[in-house]
Design a protein around this ligand. Structure first.
Ligand SMILES: Nc1ncnc2c1ncn2[C@@H]1O[C@H](COP(=O)(O)OP(=O)(O)O)[C@@H](O)[C@H]1O
Ligand SMILES: [Mg+2]
Length: 307
């Protein structure tokens, strides 16, 4: 049995923002983050919610926040501070998907870390490679002859802007330092790399590859905290280590069903990849939901508790 899905929420608190996935409410010096079951693909929010998706995202994030807290402080609150406000305590649909966290001032950058060449990074590598034998990318010298989905010699930090709508743009470390200051930029880079590497080690022990991921950080009382979500299927490319085969794009662990189905539709010119997206057929919804739960199982070694 799956609990009912949550597409959007309307709780009795001031709304800070409604993101692609999360509804964020202001509780004074804390925030209530509610991960909905909304799913986006090709940057379009689809009309069909995915059962359990929000609960999986929240609980995977919490698993990583707990595991990596010694490396990098995060938004997590504990004890009475972490309790739901009275007004929403008895809302069962929020359990497992909503968290009360420290409110921060987010830095306007996305801290992307890549261990493998994929997506836009593979495109950038190919472009840089065609110029001459040596490949200079992200201020690094990379070996020539890498293939799509190949592992990089070491993880790289490739920050982007945080666009309010549309695509995030790649920026250099120096550009990032221009926005947040040199010292903060260095700290964000080092923490993002440290959390990514710890995440990779754990994921590897569970047969998963974290090809790349995106972190957000915020500041509060002079302290820099990891916020929002961490190492989830939405913020990362997870690949199954058993079927990993460089030289071609790897199927994404969670969203491949949705993407393939939408791509077919686009190939048949029945959808132009713009909003509004199409309703998903039931078997695609079910398959995707099962993949999110499988990601939870693989990462945490536990079964997602019934909602
Ligand atoms: N602890 C926090 N402090 C301040 N802002 C936060 C915190 N956690 C998350 N946020 C913000 O809440 C929003 C969550 O929305 P989300 O659906 O994840 O969309 P996005 O695609 O913008 O990340 C983001 O804008 C994120 O910066
Ligand atoms: Mg987010």
């Amino acid at each position: 049995m799956t609990a009912r899905t949550v597409s959007t929420t309307d709780l009795p608190f001031p709304v800070v923002t409604r993101g692609k996935v999360r509804d964020v409410y202001d509780l004074g010096d804390r925030l209530l983050l509610v991960a909905s079951d909304r799913i986006s693909a090709f940057d379009v929010i689809l009309p069909s919610p995915i059962p359990d998706k929000g609960r999986v995202l929240t609980q995977i994030s919490q698993f990583w926040f707990d595991l990596t807290a010694p490396l990098c402080p995060n938004q997590t609150l504990s004890g009475p501070d972490a309790e739901f406000p009275e007004e929403v305590k008895d809302r069962e649909e929020l359990h497992g998907r909503a968290v009360v966290v420290k409110k921060t001032q987010p830095f306007p950058v996305e801290c992307v870390v890549r261990g493998y060449l994929s997506g836009s990074a593979w495109a950038a590598y190919r472009q840089a490679a065609s110029a001459n034998g040596i490949v200079e990318l992200w201020g690094l010298r990379l070996p020539a002859g890498l293939r799509d989905s190949d592992r990089l010699p070491e993880p790289v930090f490739t920050p982007t802007t945080k666009a309010h709508s549309g695509h995030d743009e790649s920026i250099t470390f120096e550009e990032m330092a221009g926005t947040v200051g040199n010292e903060t930029a260095g700290l964000l880079r080092d923490r993002a790399l440290a959390v990514y590497e710890a995440g990779c080690r754990h994921a590897e022990s569970r047969g998963l590859i974290v090809a790349d991921t995106k972190f957000e950080f915020g500041e509060r009382d002079g302290e820099i905290l990891l916020i929002d979500e961490a190492l989830t299927p939405d913020s990362s490319r997870f690949w199954d280590a058993r079927t990993y085969e460089p030289g071609r794009p790897q199927p994404s662990f969670d969203k491949q069903f949705v993407r393939d189905w939408l791509q077919d539709l686009a190939d048949r010119e029945e959808w132009n990849k713009e909003s509004p997206g199409p309703e998903l057929p039931e078997e695609i919804v079910r398959g995707t939901s099962e993949r999110y739960r499988e990601a939870y199982r693989r990462i945490t070694g536990r079964e997602l508790e019934a909602g």
